[in-house]
Ligand binder design. Structure first.
Ligand SMILES: [Zn+2]
Length: 433
């Protein structure tokens, strides 16, 4: 189990410290761990013939709401405010615990099929979402969500805190591929400063990391200025949140002072160009962030604002947005690939585990079929990955050496049955539309 050889790969994009790209390389995985690259002897393990393939680390989606896959196409032609209004009504109608699991199975399946092996997923009922994602085989980073008001999960604040205290145990019992503990206060506009402080204190006690939305829109910054007289980044610094390693969802409108504060606290940004463009939230200047030293990962956001979980389109948009904001000469393709892999791993606290193809790391790998005409010829591998490859090119996916996608099909759940379950559950929405 979980012993395999990816043999004779046409290319291996390692994303190691020197961004080596190997030709005709062989990777050996034992008990889910990469133990050898180009060994002198090939062990008698299950063989994947990669001679027509490019092997890369699985992509890391650093900001999403997987269960919202159920609301794909539900809120169109609106800005963030209009979006939240429409989506929250639909969520109110359907998102019980079981449906959160169902939506996450759908999202996790889509993510894996497109070559994403890890997601940082913020949603209600994380016990249910985690159960769903683990069932499909995704490396699923999640955690308790915090709002001031009783959300759709009906939890009062004290119940949220009680659940968060139990979370490490609950999380462990569900199992799945290794991930850190996270706490997810939604944002500074849904959580009071007092409540954020409480989350920070508990998080420090339990060794949690934090994920929240930060400066997604100018309106959010304005609201924060009106309520707190501070930027969202200053609010999370002053409430103690930034004492914990923190990943910002979006981070579109960070001032230079916000960047300096974030950098001093080791915070990172999950850049979501697709969602930011679609909702008109703005263009995050990731070149400036990266040059300032901030860790920048990439994310899709949830499917109700980005419509799919396709990280390839995110890679492409991230590059286009740098060209637009600066110039085509400023687009560093290797940096874009790093953002989707090793930098994303850093942003979620998994850089020692995944994000690159190196001995000692877990085998989270994807195989891209190079026989497609749109991938022919190959003059520049980085350009191929950022500008030409797409999710339909991903044929096989492994998470910790476990083959979760085989020949373009999920191995752990029945896709047709999943589609039927989704259709049955969503009949309820007919009365809302
Ligand atoms: Zn979000």
């Amino acid at each position: 189990m979980k012993n395999l050889v990816l043999k004779n790969a046409q290319y291996v994009v390692t994303v190691n410290s020197t961004d080596e790209i190997l030709r005709n390389a062989t990777i050996v995985i034992e008990n889910g761990i990469i133990v050898a690259i180009n060994p002198s002897e090939i062990p008698d393990y299950e063989i994947f013939d990669a001679s027509e393939h490019l092997i890369a680390p699985g992509l890391i989606n650093t900001h999403t709401h997987l269960a919202m896959s159920l609301l794909r196409g539900w809120a169109e032609g609106v800005n963030l405010d209009g979006f939240l209004e429409r989506v929250w009504a639909a969520e109110g109608a359907i998102m019980d615990k079981q449906t959160c699991q169902l939506g996450t199975e759908l999202g996790a399946g889509e993510a894996l099929l497109s070559g994403t092996t890890t997601t940082l997923d913020m949603y209600l009922h994380p016990d249910a979402t985690h159960t769903g994602a683990v069932k499909v085989g995704l490396r699923h980073v999640c955690g308790p969500i915090f709002f001031d008001f009783p959300g759709l999960d009906g939890l009062e604040w004290s119940q949220r805190i009680a659940f968060a205290k139990r979370w490490p145990q609950v999380f462990k019992e569900i199992g799945g591929a290794q991930t850190p503990i996270f706490f997810m206060p939604h944002s500074v506009y849904t959580d009071s400063a007092e409540h954020l402080t409480e989350v920070a204190v508990l998080g420090l006690e339990l060794g949690a990391r934090v994920h929240l939305h930060v400066s997604e829109t100018e309106a959010e910054n304005q609201m924060s200025a009106n309520t707190h007289g501070k930027t969202p980044t200053e609010v999370i610094r002053d409430t103690g949140i930034l004492k914990l390693p923190t990943t910002y969802g979006h981070g579109v409108h960070l001032s230079d002072s916000d960047i300096a504060i974030s950098l001093a606290h080791g915070a990172s940004v999950a850049h979501c160009p697709g969602s930011n463009l679609k909702l008109g939230s703005g263009i995050a200047d990731i070149k400036h962030y990266q040059e300032s030293g901030l860790t920048v990962g990439l994310g899709t956001d949830g499917c109700s604002s980005s419509n799919d979980l396709d990280m390839w389109s995110v890679l492409r948009l991230a590059a286009h947005m740098v060209a637009l904001k600066h110039s085509p000469k400023d687009v560093d393709l290797v940096k874009i690939i790093r953002a989707a892999t090793i930098e994303g791993a850093k942003a979620v606290g998994l850089e020692k585990v995944v994000g690159s193809i190196e001995i000692g790391k877990e085998g989270d790998l994807i195989a891209i079929d190079l026989r497609a005409l749109h991938l022919t010829p190959i003059h520049n591998v980085a350009a191929l990955l950022v500008f030409a490859a797409g999710r339909s090119d991903v044929t096989d996916v492994w998470v910790a050496g476990d083959r979760v996608v085989k020949g373009g099909t999920l191995t752990k759940i029945d896709e047709a049955q999943l589609r039927r379950r989704v259709a049955e559950r969503l009949v309820v929405l007919d009365s809302l539309s």
